[in-house]
Design a protein around this ligand. Structure first.
Ligand code: NCD
Length: 322
């Protein structure tokens, strides 16, 4: 594995290996001194052309826990606002000695372009490209699911998950699939790991060609809750900033039909895990009772994100297994 650009490219063995290395990394994060010296002297550049809280900080924490030097670049306030091209930005970072580039960009395919351009010779990690993919988010979601499905703590150090897949799990992904790189990455990875995936969305918020994806589709949240026995429900943020036309009548109507409301939380019962990649729009796609319920693993997902990103950086920069 040279780069981490999409989950579609990951084999089952690669995915399980990354999750297993992340299991080792949770041990480091639980220590008083949360550091391993493995990337000492290496420089990881966080190149963010789009807003981010958890992903950027998570990659930074991950790189620092492996003792790498971290340079944070955000397009706002950089020479990009003066008209600098992507090629010039990347070559400048290469000249400064970047050993790995973590990139988030509004253009789908940008990380792939950087990885194949020859502009620099360093691993590229996709931290979210447009509406395409967000592989580390899907990996941390599967990591969290694997934990809870094996009866292990949702985050923190644990034994007993190594080598496991998600065979037998049924997972709903609910909401704005059209604009969601999280949904796309999760459909592929969950399928690779053996889970059954059901997308639940208004027809207007499903992408063209979804029938070729390895999943089932439902337009009705209530019918899907009645028809399936979900082990987990992954709620997606409604990506208003990417919507340039009306995809549903109004937010109240969206919540009523596709939101995780108090009633649906009750209908799902006590054995369904509630997930959300964050940031959450409380009262829109998810009610506070669901976000704060004992079945919600939203903060465990954030915690696991650091371990998963440590695993990805370690795997790509050292080329070794954990
Ligand atoms: C997601 C993203 O940016 O794609 N957030 C994240 O990385 N945790 C989802 C979103 O913004 O809704």
């Amino acid at each position: 594995m040279k780069h981490l650009l999409s989950t579609k490219d990951l084999s089952r063995d690669d995915a399980v290996e990354l999750l297993d290395i992340a299991e080792e990394m949770t041990q480091v994060s639980a220590r008083e001194v949360k550091k391993l010296p493995v990337l000492r002297g290496r420089t990881v550049v966080n190149l963010f052309f789009e807003d981010s809280t958890r992903t950027r900080i998570s990659f930074e924490a991950a790189a620092k826990r492996l003792s790498a030097d971290v340079l944070n670049f955000s397009a706002k306030g950089s020479s990009v606002s003066k008209g600098e091209s992507l090629q010039d930005t990347i070559q400048t970072l290469g000249a400064m000695g970047a050993d790995a580039i973590v990139v988030r960009h509004p253009g789908s395919g940008t990380p792939h372009r950087i990885a194949t351009s020859g502009w620099l010779h360093a691993p590229v990690l996709n931290a979210g490209d447009g509406t395409h993919e967000h592989p580390t988010q899907a990996l941390l979601d599967s990591f969290t699911l694997r934990r809870v499905m094996s009866g292990q703590p949702a985050s923190g150090p644990a034994d007993g998950c190594r080598g496991r897949t998600l065979e037998g799990a049924t997972v709903a992904i609910v909401g704005d699939v059209l604009h969601s790189r999280v949904a796309r990455s999760n459909v592929h990875l969950l399928n690779t790991l053996g889970a059954r995936v059901v997308l639940i969305s208004p027809p207007t918020l499903l992408p063209w060609g979804v029938e070729t994806w390895p999943c089932e589709v439902s337009y009705s949240f209530d019918e899907a809750i009645a028809d399936y026995d979900f082990d987990a429900v992954m709620m997606l943020r409604v990506q208003l900033e990417r919507m340039h036309q009306a995809f549903f009548p109004n937010p109240r109507e969206y919540s009523r039909m596709w939101g995780l409301t108090q009633e649906r939380l009750g209908a799902l019962g006590d054995d369904t895990w509630i997930m959300h990649p964050g940031p959450m729009n409380r009262g829109f796609e998810i009610c506070s009772a669901a976000a704060d319920s004992p079945r919600a693993v939203v903060l465990n997902q954030v915690e696991n994100g650091v371990a998963v990103r440590m695993a990805a950086l370690y795997r790509l920069l050292t080329g070794q297994e954990g």
